[in-house]
Design a protein around this ligand. Sequence first.
Ligand SMILES: CC(C)(COP(=O)(O)OP(=O)(O)OC[C@H]1O[C@@H](n2cnc3c(N)ncnc32)[C@H](O)[C@@H]1OP(=O)(O)O)[C@@H](O)C(=O)NCCC(=O)NCCS
Length: 328
Amino acid sequence: MHFFEPVATTAFTLRPAPEDFKVDCGPDGAPFRPDAVAVDPAGEAVWGALAFGGDEGIATARYWVAPERRGARLAARMLKAAAPGLFAAGAKRFEVRPPVRDQAAIRAALRAGFRPDGGVSRGAAWDGTEAMVLGLLPNDGPGPTPRVLPDLPGGMLSDDTVSLRPLVPGDFEAHLRHRSSPDVYAGAALPLPPSAQEAREICEWRAAVDWLRGRSALMVIDDGTGYQGTIGLYDVARVVGTGMIGYDLSAAVRGRGYATRAVRLVRSWAFREVGLDRLWAGTDVHNAASQAVLRRAGFRLEGVERGGLPTISGPRRDTLLWALLSSD
Ligand SMILES: CC(C)(COP(=O)(O)OP(=O)(O)OC[C@H]1O[C@@H](n2cnc3c(N)ncnc32)[C@H](O)[C@@H]1OP(=O)(O)O)[C@@H](O)C(=O)NCCC(=O)NCCS
């Protein structure tokens, strides 16, 4: 399974690593000995490296690009160059397990055509943390893997008042403070504040990974003064063309129309760029402000969902079901 033959591409040559070559992973990581290195056309400088593993028909690889060569999608090209040889040597599946916090490594695999078919696997990454497991089969095609939820155009959605952007690790403190506020979590599906660990995980990797896996797109609402709340497209079911919208604003900026603007921006993105046909949202029967937001954004009331959501005390509560079709 570790069989490897040199591959020459127009940009680099992938060849067996010299015996004494080790990848220096910096102060935080243990160095590793790769099986293959990508060298420049003159054969002098090591630009990147691959270490193969695996068994029973599944080949795995760890990949690394020299810091000065990053940003040119070399990792994706190395993975693509190595794949045919591994399949020819008998691998039925080529699997990579980048750490969930390493967005560049996950995106490199997606660009190389690997599909996020293995979920999040605890302790499975090359640094011992949670991994996103992606697999490539011999007939999967050259990539990139189509994304159910594309990146936002230019990294954000905006009108002349608010902008929406993906949640990032630096949002942790603002996100925890916001979601710990009773007037914010009272409107959540399960009205509880998050633990600090949950909030940290969402900001550090869970929101980004769920976006890349096509599950949900969680965005920060910013009015030019920073984090003011969130809006998300959740429960995305591409096969039936549906998704759910949920949002929250900090009390200090309510009543300014920010939520309606945010829903309109997500609505357009979901219909035009994601290709969904039906958006739905649930509100508490007493939440007049949220109902007005949906009505202003074009949603129609479809009925009462009996016991739509749980409560802390036990009996489920009824919710109102709102929906908007792309054809409305
Ligand atoms: C992961 C790695 C191999 C990728 O190298 P690369 O091929 O140069 O990757 P790029 O910089 O071209 O980025 C790949 C993708 O990630 C994106 N990306 C890069 N940095 C990012 C970041 N900080 N956050 C989010 N996305 C990022 C790029 O935009 C690109 O996306 P696209 O293909 O959708 O356009 C390289 O960063 C690396 O070696 N990291 C260390 C990995 C490692 O093994 N560490 C421990 C052992 S030494």
